[in-house]
Design a protein. Structure first.
Length: 132
């Protein structure tokens, strides 16, 4: 079996029959019985999104060392709609801006989206609400 990593969204139904989606959850599968990786350290740098909700937003994050990172926007169905940062960034504080458009230049509709920051051992997901 090949090692793999999956991000999935849980579909929920309320007692009122309204459907909703949870935040993305990460699941790693591998072919050995190794225990799951430990949670990130308490002092790991946070990812902030401001303003939230907004028409566009700025993602702020910090890196302890130079890291090949990607910052991508996903819709509630798990589709990547925009890559706003990709490449090796030096240690320190960084910002990436999402203008509310997808990779094709189309304005996204109002609603919830997920900003996923990945790089090295860093994995962060932050929910943002786009308000048009």
């Amino acid at each position: 079996m090949v090692n793999m990593s999956i991000i999935f969204w849980a579909l929920t139904t309320e007692l009122t029959d309204r459907a909703g989606r949870g935040i993305p959850t990460h699941l790693a599968l591998d072919d050995d019985d190794a225990p799951p990786p430990p949670p990130p350290p308490v002092d790991s740098p946070p990812v902030t999104v401001e303003p939230n909700p907004a028409r566009s937003c700025t993602v702020k994050f910090a890196l302890a060392a130079a890291t090949d990172v990607s910052v991508a926007i996903y819709d509630v169905e798990g589709r990547r709609i925009r890559m706003i940062e990709s490449g090796v960034l030096p240690a320190g504080s960084h910002t990436a801006r999402w203008d509310g458009f997808d990779d094709g230049g189309r304005a996204m509709s109002s609603g919830a989206y997920y900003i996923c920051l990945t790089g090295g051992a860093l994995r962060r997901v932050q929910r943002v609400v786009l308000a048009r």
